[in-house]
Structure formats: structure tokens, C-alpha cells
Design a protein around this ligand. Structure first.
Ligand code: ZN
Length: 112
């Protein structure tokens, strides 16, 4: 079972207490953007086999949204952080790179 620590209230919450919110760190494109950018924002997702950045809501706790970095194959959780964060904290990136050398993801992380 997936267990994530809510960064707001500090509780280790089972996934039954949480609601998934899809992929984190999406670049949002509104109605004034081009068709390709808007289509990508609406429909295109990474859905990786490996490290993924996700949105979760502590539904049966404090009710707040937060972000989590985890490996979808091993269920290893690298960390959770506030939903208002535009990119993962350096401590989480370091932990991912320690576990997955050469990890890269979109334009946020280039291989070290
Ligand atoms: Zn909480």
C-alpha cells in the first residue's frame, strides 16, 4: 500500500485517506495560447514507468493538496512537498539522483 506523509499536517497517510490528482508540475496554457500548447496541457501526460511527480489531496485529513515524488514500479517515495512549489525541492532531487543516476525529467532536470 502506498503511504505518503502530508507535508502540511505531518501525518503518514495511507492511500485510502488520499485522493490522486494526476501529474504535477504541468505548464498551464489558457485559451489565448496556441492549439498545440492547449492540447498538450489538456491531454498529454508523462505516465512514466519509474519516477513520477504527482498531485495528491489529503482528503480524509487536512484536505490540502500536496505533491509527491515516487517510483511507480517500486513504490519508493522520495518525498512530499507543498502544492504551491513550482519544482521539486533540491533535497528530493538529490535523493532521486542518489537512487537513479542520470535521472532526467522534462526541462526541470537535466542529467547531472
Ligand atoms: Zn494533511
Amino acid at each position: 500500500m502506498l503511504t505518503l506523509q502530508c507535508p502540511y499536517c505531518g501525518i503518514m497517510a495511507d492511500e485510502t485517506e488520499l485522493s490522486p490528482g494526476g501529474e504535477a508540475h504541468l505548464t498551464r496554457f489558457g485559451p489565448g495560447s496556441g492549439d498545440d500548447d492547449f492540447e498538450g496541457y489538456l491531454f498529454l501526460r508523462e505516465n512514466p514507468r519509474g519516477v513520477h511527480f504527482e498531485r495528491w489531496r489529503h482528503s480524509y485529513g487536512c484536505g490540502k493538496w500536496f505533491l509527491a515524488a515516487r517510483d511507480t514500479t517500486t513504490m519508493q517515495v522520495f518525498g512530499t512537498y507543498a502544492a504551491q512549489t513550482t519544482e521539486p525541492p533540491a533535497s528530493i532531487v538529490d535523493e532521486i539522483r542518489g537512487s537513479k543516476p542520470g535521472f532526467s525529467w522534462r526541462d526541470l532536470f537535466k542529467p547531472a
